[in-house]
Design a protein around this ligand. Structure first.
Ligand code: AMP
Ligand code: GLY
Length: 430
């Protein structure tokens, strides 16, 4: 099989690392890829959101399978364009991708199918109307921009002044652009967050191992939200009854709801959950794999990913094929100093050969570019995801942090407490 992976982050590098292990795979391309991916796949300079460019590229290279990483490709209709030409591709349609691309669409879907989620106070495109309901809500209040906003679209407002700031910034001053021209006000949920990702061909589904992301930039969950500073997965992250509750109250009603709405969903579905005292509730849907969750997930895959993804594209997923290494895995993300705010780029990355000398530790590259002298230098906020699997979480953490200490670039920052936040299994409470 010759496979094209669309995207250019750590998630795509992790997919490529796993796909390369398949005896079925001959050739891997990545569009656009990055300086680190270039070691494992041929990188082709077409952006993930450029549907026409990717169609022209696939026309030329004729991949046997295309796997889509980022939401922008899905929201722009890449899979529809490929399916119209009968080209095998893994990823939901543009219509299905609305589950991620429009928070209002996704909230209406959840309410229509009675899937547990945060209570909605209303959806607005007018600031005065949104401000009028502020005296009827509980605090803190969650305000979400409807559209894709590169991770900046959610505000947890502690009081009416903060809420007013965000509402006026989005609806009056257009600070988030088109994604922020409608907003949703909802109740704040308290509990433990969990990333529950599954793969489906539209008929059968298979859950991946559950993971937890760490969104805040500093240890102790302090500082602003990021795209994700690290993730981990363990066998005992979920109790068996909690897992069953998630499947029966969230996953199955969601897949049934899609079928009832005549939305054919094929690909990965990421369900962001809050495990509240009243049971699991949906925070968000993403129509793709998570980043950095994917890095922690591929480290535990004990099956042929190329075979399973070809099955998904051909509508014949066999869930039993997905087997997992017992134990745990961890991904720690090394970021540029200043991220998620302003940061410098072009800093040479040292010490990566030290990581590749450690067996079982992978350095998945996200924001880095190859310089003409073949050195790898930073080019983005999230630079590297150091990842390992091991029989226990403690061992995986030791491997990952030993490796992370060997890597250096000017301004490097990473959290020292990935996986340490809560090691109790997430059980059904109440
Ligand atoms: P979203 O883009 O919807 O995933 O939101 C980003 C982050 O905001 C989530 O991972 C949560 O940490 C937080 N969040 C979103 N909705 C809620 C909510 N209703 N209650 C509490 N936290 C939330
Ligand atoms: N790590 C969160 C996401 O991929 O959306």
């Amino acid at each position: 099989m010759n496979i094209l992976v669309v995207g250019g982050g750590g998630r795509e590098h992790a997919l490529i690392w796993k796909l390369r292990q398949s005896p079925r795979v001959e050739k891997l391309w990545c569009a656009p890829g990055n300086g680190g991916v270039a070691a494992d796949a041929e990188c082709l300079p077409v952006e993930a959101g450029d549907v026409d460019g990717l169609v022209a590229l696939a026309e030329r290279i004729q991949p046997d399978l295309t796997v889509v990483g980022p939401e922008i490709a899905l929201a722009n209709g890449l899979t529809d364009a490929f399916r119209a030409r009968n080209w095998p591709i893994v990823g939901p349609s543009q219509q299905a991708a609305q589950l991620e691309a429009s928070k209002i669409f996704s909230k209406e879907f959840l309410l229509r199918h009675e899937i547990p989620t945060a209570k909605m106070y209303g959806a607005f495109d007018s600031a005065p109307e949104a401000l009028r309901v502020l005296d009827q809500v509980s605090w803190p209040l969650v305000i979400k921009a409807d559209g894709l906003c590169a991770g900046k679209g959610v505000c947890l407002a502690a009081n009416p002044a903060e809420a007013k700031d965000f509402i006026e910034g989005t609806l009056l001053r257009d600070q988030l652009g088109p994604g922020g021209r409608k907003i949703l006000l909802e109740e704040t949920l308290a509990g433990d967050e969990l990333s529950f990702i599954l793969v489906t061909d539209g008929h059968s589904y298979a859950p991946l191992v559950p993971t937890r992301d760490h969104k805040r930039v500093f240890d102790g969950n302090l500082g602003p939200n990021t795209g994700g500073m690290g993730a981990y997965s363990t066998d005992d992250l979920l109790t068996a009854p909690m897992r069953q509750t998630i499947l029966s109250t969230i996953v199955e009603p969601t897949l049934q709801g899609l079928a009832d709405d005549n939305i054919r969903y094929q690909g990965f579905l990421y369900i962001g959950l809050m495990l509240t005292p009243d049971g699991p509730k949906v925070l968000e849907f993403n129509c793709r794999l998570g980043d950095p969750e994917t890095q922690a997930i591929v480290a535990r895959m004990d099956f042929d990913l190329a075979e399973v993804l070809a099955d998904v594209a051909a509508d014949r997923l066999i869930p039993e094929k997905l087997k997992w290494k017992p134990g745990a895995s961890v991904c720690v993300v090394l970021v540029s100093g200043g991220y998620p705010g302003r940061f410098a780029t072009g800093k040479v990355i040292h010490g990566l050969t030290g990581v590749s000398d450690l067996t079982g530790v992978m350095a998945f590259v996200a924001g880095a570019a190859l310089h003409p002298d073949h050195s790898l230098a930073t080019s983005g906020g999230r630079v590297l995801g150091i990842t390992a699997a091991a029989p226990t979480l403690q061992a995986a953490l030791r491997h990952v942090y030993d490796a992370a200490h060997k890597v250096h670039f000017d301004g490097v920052h990473y959290r020292k407490d990935i996986g340490a936040h809560d090691q109790q299994p997430l059980a059904a409470k109440g």
